[in-house]
Design a protein around this ligand. Structure first.
Ligand SMILES: [Zn+2]
Length: 527
């Protein structure tokens, strides 16, 4: 399929924009039934409708013949068109330009390479999985998973496997002549997929005459799949205390760690249903939570979250819960993600587990309800980082404390989730805990606020034009800014009235904001 030639981003935009009900209605008549629509299936002969279209999931399914899929697969099937044709037509209909990457020989070669990697990874995943289930050498791995409480159902759901500890298990099995090798993979294919590694020049590593050896040896294998359930790479975990504890596939044209989220293909339904995603750091954390019935969980692949991750998450939900350790490393990790999430329009909370526990051990020793409670009570990312920075700053030298103040203040002025009363209280609290005079702290805060690019946002437009040039009273200005950022929770908004403001400009703006808020039934102005 030529899918690789149309940028993924265009495909996603069309998927987001197009309405599956509208598109399918052009081919058959649909009637509403609850949240969904139904009609007579175009793919098999029937008298009573068993063809269901779900607008919320943007999917269709026929309970008669089992056909199902998304808007693209529907059109491909019903019109007999190719994927690029369908995408182009939909793009035209919805005013999204589909610019294919030029079909240069290089591009074509690249697309073919990706297709080949997909096939090879699939064969490799099958080999690892079969080895885990049946292989004699895999009995320590089976024992290991059993000890971790991983059930056979979970092994199937996540397609868990085992790489034998020999130097050429996968190499022999997948290469031409091996039992799995229907296609006849070359060592170059296997190396391109990162399944084997070239021997170093010294040639001291064992392996066969090919000069390569298996990358994954004696490890539980966790296939990493994309949303189309294609295996894009692998994670491997040792059974003992060996290092590295986790080993991932190298980056390939198919696999980029900064984009991949482990378990997303399994979690997407749970994420949509809960309208929330929980992000953990380890494969087994995600697996254990899923097994315990918490199904809206994904894991990063041992790397920091990236803006690409954020973009992917945004397609499913705007509510994110991160799990970090409440120690210094956790706070630093949270600080790093703060930049990433600020202005993303996502609501982010940080859940922290009791000391010495990870999600895996937590869920195994308690019922899922305990985890749900932990998530529900999780503080916002900002609260977590402010509290954490303070705790760390307090232990340090004078310089540390000053830096901590700067940090906390910088955070506070970016604060979109708090109200001025809370902010004032926080400043008092910070001053108190740092043993500084509040006056000094507040002055420093004002300086920082004045230079804040965020503070200009939204307000600058209103301050242009023929209005009074005197500045607003400071507290009113802060309130208006918070309103413009959609930062005030509904209970706070209910207490506000335009007449509370002394400045006529503020009154006009606030009246406008409150009016718009009522129409939309929400206080969020940031989108
Ligand atoms: Zn059907």
């Amino acid at each position: 399929m030529d899918r690789g030639l149309i940028p993924e981003e265009i495909i996603n935009r069309i998927r987001d924009r197009a309405d599956i009900v509208e598109v399918i209605s052009a081919h058959l008549s649909l009637s509403k039934t609850g949240q969904n629509f139904k009609g007579l299936c175009p793919f098999h002969a029937e008298k009573t409708p068993s063809f269901i279209v779900s607008p919320s999931r943007q999917m269709f399914h026929c309970f008669g013949c089992g056909e199902g899929g998304n808007i693209f697969t529907f059109l491909m099937k019903v019109e007999g068109s190719s994927f690029p044709t369908v995408v182009r037509n939909l793009g035209e209909k919805y005013g999204i330009r589909v610019e294919e990457r030029s079909v240069s020989p290089e591009a074509r070669q690249r697309a073919e390479q990706v297709d080949r990697l997909v096939e090879l990874n699939k064969a490799a995943a099958e080999f690892f999985h079969k080895t885990l289930l049946k292989g004699q050498a895999a009995s320590p791995a089976r024992a290991y998973l059993k000890e971790r409480g991983i059930t056979p159902e979970t092994i199937e759901r996540f397609d868990i496997g085992y790489a034998p500890s020999s130097w050429d298990g996968a190499l022999k099995a997948l290469r031409s002549g091996g039992k799995q090798a229907k296609v006849g993979w070359t060592v170059e294919d296997l190396a391109a997929a990162g399944l084997i590694v070239a021997r170093d020049q010294a040639g001291t590593k064992p392996g066969d005459a090919s000069g390569y050896y298996d990358r994954f040896r004696g490890r539980v294998i966790l296939p990493i799949r994309d949303l189309q359930k294609r295996v894009i790479g692998f994670g491997g975990r040792v059974l003992d205390d060996g290092v590295p504890k986790y080993l991932n596939s190298p980056e390939t044209p198919l696999f980029r760690k900064g984009r991949a989220l482990y378990g997303l293909e399994v979690a997407r339904e749970g994420i949509t249903r809960e309208d929330q995603v929980v992000i953990v750091e380890g494969y087994f954390d995600a697996i254990a939570l899923h097994q315990a019935g918490v199904t809206n969980v994904v894991a990063t692949l041992g790397t920091a979250l990236t803006s690409e991750h954020v973009e992917i998450i945004r397609r499913f939900t705007r509510r994110v819960v991160l799990l970090f350790d409440p120690d210094a490393a956790g706070v630093r990790a949270a600080l790093r993600t703060l930049d990433l999430f600020l202005g993303s329009g996502l609501a982010v909370q940080v859940g922290s587990l009791p000391e010495g526990e990870d999600p895996d051990t937590f869920i195994r020793s308690r019922d899922p309800e305990a985890f749900t409670t932990l998530v529900r009570q999780a503080p916002s990312l900002l609260d977590f980082t402010v509290a954490g920075s303070l705790a760390i700053g307090l232990q340090g030298s004078v310089e540390d404390r000053v830096r901590c103040v700067e940090e906390v203040l910088a955070l506070a002025l970016l604060q979109k989730l708090s109200n001025p009363v809370e902010k004032a209280a926080a400043l008092r609290h910070v001053a108190d805990r740092l043993g500084m005079e509040e006056k000094v702290l507040v002055e420093r805060y004002r300086q920082l606020t004045r230079n804040s690019p965020v503070a200009d946002n939204g307000w600058s437009d209103a301050s242009r034009g023929p209005v009074e040039s005197a500045p607003l009273p400071k507290d009113e200005e802060v309130l208006v800014r918070l309103l413009l950022h959609g930062a005030l929770a509904s209970p706070m908004l209910a207490l506000l009235a335009a007449d509370d403001f002394t400045d006529s400009r503020a009154r006009r703006l606030v009246a406008l904001i409150l009016e718009r808020r009522d129409e939309r039934g929400e206080g969020d102005w940031s989108r």
